[in-house]
Design a protein around this ligand. Structure first.
Ligand SMILES: [Zn+2]
Length: 138
């Protein structure tokens, strides 16, 4: 049968990357001036939320005896994996100033994280520009 669990899992894996699709729409909205600032701001917020809470990145929480940290899949740049102690690890790092450097290093720890970080930065700037009147001259 074609409807196997494996193919469903694969589709689910691709579905996790919907933020990239939203990012592409965001770029299209910037290119096409017919899309108003509300559309740009909405898409920017969606991409940003995806980066923070849904993007499929590596957990990276410190694990005793491992230099590269936890390799489980995490949900977004701000949340860890399914392990309870890891879930809020990155938010804690953001709050504790002395761990901020480690948090920032984690944002570019691998290719996936770098893509998600850059998408987040881009959407943040894009949302800011769309929401603050007078920044962009049409
Ligand atoms: Zn973890």
């Amino acid at each position: 049968m074609a409807t196997t669990g494996a193919s469903k899992t694969q589709f689910g894996g691709l579905g996790k990357w919907w933020g990239v699709l939203a990012g592409a729409l965001l770029i299209a909205a910037w290119i096409n001036s017919a899309a108003g600032p509300a559309v740009v701001a909405g898409l920017s917020a969606a991409v940003l939320l995806w980066c923070f809470f849904q993007a499929p990145v590596t957990c990276g929480a410190p694990v005793r005896g491992r230099t590269d940290g936890c390799r489980n899949n995490a949900a977004g740049l701000l949340l860890g994996c399914h392990i309870r102690q890891h879930r809020w690890q990155k938010l804690k790092m953001l709050i504790l100033r002395r761990q901020l450097r480690a948090f920032c290093a984690g944002l570019f720890s691998d290719g996936k994280a770098a893509i998600v970080t850059l998408a987040g930065l881009g959407s943040f700037v894009s949302g800011l520009v769309a929401l603050v009147p007078g920044v962009v001259v049409h």
